[in-house]
Design a protein around this ligand. Structure first.
Ligand SMILES: [Zn+2]
Length: 86
């Protein structure tokens, strides 16, 4: 004798599916906005303690030094250019 097919209309399968649906619900999130702050450099969400990515903090801290180096290079190029042209 054949057993009845376990298809979607089988009451046992429906009961099991209902149990799974009811017992596997995810809890609602406590906060509507995600945790973390926006990074002031790149604008993306950062989960670091200070709210800024470490790599972005490096870029921010290095900007004055880079500007000074660029200015020095520019000045050197302006003073050296006439000598090279001769
Ligand atoms: Zn960043």
């Amino acid at each position: 004798m054949r057993s009845p097919p376990r298809s979607h209309w089988n009451p046992e399968v429906l009961m099991l599916q209902k149990f799974v649906d009811e017992s596997c619900k995810k809890p609602a999130p406590l906060y509507s906005t995600p945790a973390g702050k926006e990074c002031p450099v790149c604008g993306k969400r950062s989960y670091s303690l200070r709210g800024i990515h470490p790599q972005c903090a490096v870029v921010q801290a290095d900007a004055p030094r880079q500007a000074a180096l660029a200015a020095a290079k520019r000045e050197l190029a302006q003073t050296q250019a006439p000598r090279r042209a001769k």
